[in-house]
Write a protein of this length. Structure first.
Length: 177
């Protein structure tokens, strides 16, 4: 069982710009259409846990629902999901450890954790087992940071690095326990 982050950041560690936009993620030319390991990663996981803000951001994309795996949205405020997503998205709330334990008990063992606040909360509770971070060589100078305050340092070990498109670097880290 693992809680895994797969995300891109700017060179200065932001996942969205000062206006909560992520358009800068698509500025690097990608003539081969590489997904930079995303489909292989998705094959590894059983489901996604994301926060409400990320869910609403994904809903704003001009495309069909992009996930084939079940999505669990952490929210204290949402009471329902759009009707076309009722078999794809579930709302969950409560203590993170309890939510994850309930998902694990239902067979969702390897979880993709997504969204800035959600990732930070999982890290604050030392519930991230692996980080896969692609760095895009753009300085945003502010915005939504990937990382936030922690009560104490969390140690990770570097597993691998891979370069994509001649300018992006994906680093994989595992939690040292």
């Amino acid at each position: 069982m693992a809680n895994i982050v797969f995300i891109a950041t700017s060179l200065d560690g932001y996942i969205a710009d000062k206006n909560n936009n992520i358009d800068w993620l698509h500025e690097t030319p990608n003539p081969e259409g590489s997904d930079m390991g995303f489909s292989d990663f998705m094959a590894r996981i059983d489901g996604l846990v994301m926060g409400r803000n990320t869910f609403e951001k994904v809903l704003s994309f001009d495309c069909d629902w992009p996930y084939t795996k079940p999505v669990f949205v952490l929210s204290r405020t949402l009471s329902e999901v759009p009707s076309e997503l009722t078999n794809k998205v579930s709302l969950v709330k409560g203590d993170l450890a309890q939510v994850v334990a309930e998902l694990n008990a239902k067979g969702f063992n390897d979880l993709y954790i997504d969204g800035g606040v959600t990732i930070q909360q999982f890290l604050q509770h030392d519930m991230i087992d692996e980080l896969i971070i692609t760095t895009i060589p753009t300085l945003l100078g502010g915005g939504i940071p990937l990382f936030g305050d922690l009560a104490e340092p969390l140690k990770f070990t570097h597993i691998s690095s891979q370069q994509h498109l001649g300018c992006l670097v994906t680093n994989q880290f595992k939690r040292v326990r």
